[in-house]
Design a protein around this ligand. Structure first.
Ligand SMILES: Nc1ncnc2c1ncn2[C@@H]1O[C@H](COP(=O)(O)OP(=O)(O)OP(=O)(O)O)[C@@H](O)[C@H]1O
Length: 426
């Protein structure tokens, strides 16, 4: 138990002063945020072997007001830990029953439930000695190899810090690579979060990346996903393409696949009112077969310009629900625009929607298309057809946007046209 207290203390101190997780600071799109300010479980195994005293002394070299405050706080925590330990020992001597969770190795209690599709570990947070939270393993095959203590121990590399939280790449001892999304500022209760994640786990589509596990306490909401090494649609369109061609046929297929996956999710989750909520090219990831997968489905409540509309409207629940799905349609329209133009949604103060609309108004439509597509000889007619779908999707009035079923139909018609033209050329 002494060792546990020490390890927890080391973890606590390192969280306050900054852990030694490796960080990747090369995310140009994240201008203005400093990833190094963000700390998550940034403790590697090695750091645990350091003694508390050594760390405290090292840190005291940086002496400042904050340091002093923290040291006093740490001393207070050690004191209370020791006091509670003494009390427990006293109780043991008296032959009374003693709390069980802190006696278990690694702070993991034994309520591992069998006979269900998932396993649950009850984690006792040794840091505070108070909070008890859950890591819930879902039905993804990766979940079978995942243990919370391994996640805690593994080094974490910060991949990015977005509007809704930070994302870490974690390499586990057995070589499995996962990412952990640490969600910030989501005012959803623990129970609702759990219900939502379990519902999402029941809805599977091959083009939707399932969560592997989640962790939820009052302070923290973490989501674990399998790492997708082929990156995102955003990277493919706007990053260095490393010689990977992304031609018209692939873009049309990607658009069709994403739309079909979204159609499936919207149908399945309509009753629950769970839309994606944050669909964008960064959340379209390519699997090993370079097929696009929608990631982070349902992680956010509706979030964009339509949120104001949702809160202002006093209509029946049906319309509210419809609107939240319409937000995904708008986001999908932006993805289509990115595919067609090869341009960022926002860049140097230029908004892609406004730019495309103004070019189309001036009847210079062909100017909007990615030069790569034009020079490969992609059909102008079919690009214009796809542009029309995109413009319908980004209609400022949510109720005038097409449904996802209509979007899929329109895209399939373009794909059929494309196939017919290819086979007649051959
Ligand atoms: N499972 C994954 N495997 C590989 N890369 C991922 C995975 N999930 C996300 N990424 C990539 O990591 C980077 C950071 O992701 P993150 O979710 O923090 O960004 P974001 O979607 O902009 O965040 P937010 O939605 O909070 O604004 C993005 O480039 C994203 O494509």
């Amino acid at each position: 138990e002494d060792e546990q207290v020490k390890a927890a203390l080391v973890q606590f101190i390192e969280k306050l002063w900054g852990g030694n997780a490796q960080r990747n600071q090369s995310w140009g799109w994240n201008v203005g945020s400093d990833p190094c300010n963000d700390q998550w479980l940034g403790v590697t195994c090695d750091s645990r072997s350091k003694t508390v005293r050594k760390i405290v002394l090292n840190k005291l070299n940086l002496a400042g007001t904050l340091d002093a405050v923290v040291v006093v706080f740490v001393a207070f925590k050690v004191g209370s830990k020791m006091r509670s330990k003494e009390e427990k020992l006293g109780e043991k001597k008296k032959g009374r029953a003693v709390s069980t969770s802190s006696d278990k190795p690694s702070g993991i209690s034994s309520d591992y439930k069998t006979g269900t599709t998932r396993s649950e570990y009850s984690i006792t947070s040794a840091e505070s000695g108070m909070a008890s939270s859950m890591l819930v393993l879902l039905t993804s095959p990766v979940a079978k190899r995942l243990r919370f203590e391994d996640l805690l121990r593994a080094p974490a590399e910060l991949l990015g810090r977005g509007k809704h939280g930070s994302l870490y790449k974690v390499i586990l001892d057995d070589g499995t690579i996962v990412v952990v999304k640490r969600i910030k500022d989501w005012s959803i209760s623990k129970d609702n979060f759990k219900k939502r994640m379990q519902r999402l786990d029941q809805v599977k589509h091959p083009k939707v990346l399932p969560a592997v596990a989640f962790y939820c306490s009052n302070q923290e909401k973490l989501l674990v996903y399998e790492y997708q090494q082929n990156g995102s649609l955003f990277n493919l369109l706007h990053g260095s393409r490393h010689g990977r061609p992304f031609d018209w046929g692939s873009r049309l297929n990607a658009a069709g696949s994403i739309a079909e996956a979204l159609q499936f999710m919207h149908e399945e989750l309509w009753e629950d009112g769970i839309a994606h909520g944050n669909l964008k090219s960064l959340n379209i990831l390519f699997n090993n077969a370079m097929e696009p997968q929608i990631s982070e489905y349902g992680l956010m409540l509706v979030d964009n310009e339509d949120r104001s509309l949702l809160s202002k409207t006093n209509l029946a629940g049906y319309v509210q629900k419809q609107n939240s799905f319409n937000v995904d349609i708008h986001s999908f329209g932006l993805i289509l625009l990115e595919l067609l133009t090869g341009k960022l949604v926002h860049s140097n103060g230029i908004d892609l929607t406004n730019w495309v609309q103004s070019v189309v108004r001036e009847e210079w439509t062909v100017e909007v298309f990615d030069r790569v597509l034009v020079s490969e000889g992609a059909s102008e007619e079919r690009m214009v057809n796809m542009l029309q779908v995109a413009l319908k999707c980004i209609n400022p009035s949510p109720s005038d946007r097409p449904t996802i079923n209509q979007v899929v139909k329109m895209l399939n018609a373009i794909k059929d046209e494309e196939e017919r033209s290819i086979s007649s050329d051959a």
